[in-house]
Design a protein around this ligand. Structure first.
Ligand code: LLP
Length: 428
């Protein structure tokens, strides 16, 4: 996203979905008078990215299932579906959200490493294109649910290929120490012995080696391992039909060209698998959603201590936890920059934690209380990971498209938080 139009008048410089960002919080305040921060998404950019993604992989005719864990705002999901994406759910809640956003059974995928009987019953009853099983025990669970419902469930085994990806270890999922996936030898045994699970069509391999991956080799190795496993499984009498390559495509949080080279990868992948008769799945989350969203936050205070300048925002780590949790660095910009020299500042939130820091030191122009800063690339793993820590309501989410602005989810009020109690006798 290039939200800046340097030639525009100051008040209209930062535009999303045809709406000037400095109109957003004032507009939201007509419904939520206390709102001093909110999430804002450009639905047009979201849709463009969804279409671009599909276009690049079109020759494979994949089911590209958007990872709801990145952002499950219903209006965004409806755009995803409209563009042709499917839905990748990771829980019972996400399955239900996907269904309500209109995704048909053949567009839905279920992931996760802690399968519950309720999820198994849900997929047996409502249907999905594929369940990615993370353990052999899960197959028994799915078999029971499918048998009970007299249905068949199509299943891929999530294989841990033992690939260490660069980047933060909290988002690496393919290494030996990661909790995810089944060892390749065990997967081969399970495919060969699949008659044990008569209600499962155990015919897929799934790899997802991490998130925010920006280099091709990790995904290339994961692909090669999947193809080798498929070949080996066929030799052992259990040919596979489905290859799910997961997600993980990273973006450049500094706004440059260092994101995952999706065009190059798509071309390489298509050339590599030409002539192979598999059904392909992909599970993109961040690449599609991150650049379409920002966290807008009013400046509550500018505090100077010695030579330091602290800019205190009305949003905190409970809203966007990525900097505190992964040392992620998001660009932060005033939506209507003041004239004047740039100088260092720490941009922090109001939560009582020293890790509640969005940027320890960045260059910012003069900032005053009441200004609004935008934290960029916050459309994925932003609102989705927000909490009520410090008694703070989750923020409203607004969407802009073709010049109109809509509140797509209301912010939680102090009343919502205060009312959240019950007194239901459980044992006496
Ligand atoms: N498929 C599976 C099985 C996944 O676990 C994930 C993400 C995805 C697909 C989508 O990955 P993506 O294309 O978005 O990288 N909260 C972290 C990211 C956690 C990713 C979890 N799994 C962050 O904010 O960086």
């Amino acid at each position: 996203m290039k939200p800046f139009r340097a030639d525009a008048p100051a008040a209209a410089r930062f535009v999303m979905g045809g709406v000037a960002a400095d109109h957003m919080l004032p507009a939201l305040r007509t419904l939520e008078p206390d709102a001093r921060a909110c999430w804002a998404y450009d639905l047009d950019v979201f849709e463009q990215r969804a279409r671009r993604f599909l276009e690049l992989f079109a020759p494979l005719r994949p089911l590209a299932a958007f990872a709801l864990k990145a952002n499950a705002l219903p209006v965004l999901l409806e755009r995803a579906r409209g563009a042709g994406l499917g839905a990748d759910a990771g829980s019972l809640g996400e399955l239900e959200i996907a269904k309500r956003a209109g995704f048909a059974p053949e567009q839905r995928v279920l992931n996760g490493n802690g399968r519950t009987p309720e999820e198994a019953d849900w997929v047996a009853r409502e249907g999905v294109a594929l369940v990615n099983a993370d353990s052999l025990g899960e197959l028994d669970l799915l078999e029971r649910a499918a048998g009970k419902a007299s249905r068949s469930i199509r299943v891929a085994l999530r294989v841990n290929p033992g690939i260490e990806t660069p980047g933060h270890r909290y988002v690496a999922t393919g290494g030996e120490d990661a909790k995810f996936g089944i060892a390749p030898v065990e997967a081969l045994e399970a495919w060969a012995g699949r008659a044990r699970w008569p209600h499962l069509a155990l015919e897929g391999v799934h790899v997802h080696v991490g998130s925010q991956i920006v280099d091709v080799p990790s995904l290339e190795r994961a692909l090669e391992i999947s193809l080798e496993l498929a070949t080996e499984s066929a030799k052992r009498g259990a040919p596979l039909r489905v290859v799910n390559l997961g997600g993980g495509f990273g973006i450049d949080y500094q706004g440059g060209e260092r994101g995952f080279p999706l065009d190059a990868w798509a071309a390489k992948l298509i050339a590599r698998v030409r002539g192979l008769e598999f059904e392909w799945l992909l599970e993109p989350g961040r690449w599609i959603a991150a650049p379409c969203g920002v966290l807008l936050a009013e400046v509550l205070a500018v505090k100077r201590r010695g030579a330091r300048r602290f800019v205190v925002l009305a949003a905190g780590m409970n809203d966007l936890i990525r900097p505190a949790l992964y040392h992620a660095s998001h660009r932060i910009v005033p939506i209507a920059p003041r004239e004047g020299p740039h100088a260092p500042a720490a941009v922090v939130g109001p939560v009582c934690e020293s890790s509640d820091v969005f940027a320890a030191e960045i260059e910012l122009p003069p900032i005053e209380t009441g200004d609004v800063l935008a934290i960029l690339d916050a459309g994925a793993y932003g609102a989705a990971m927000a909490s009520n820590y410090n008694g703070r309501g989750r923020l409203a989410e607004v969407v802009a498209s073709e010049g109109s602005l809509t509140r797509a989810r209301a912010g939680e009020t102090t009343e919502d938080l205060a009312a959240r109690r019950s007194n239901d006798s459980l044992l006496k």
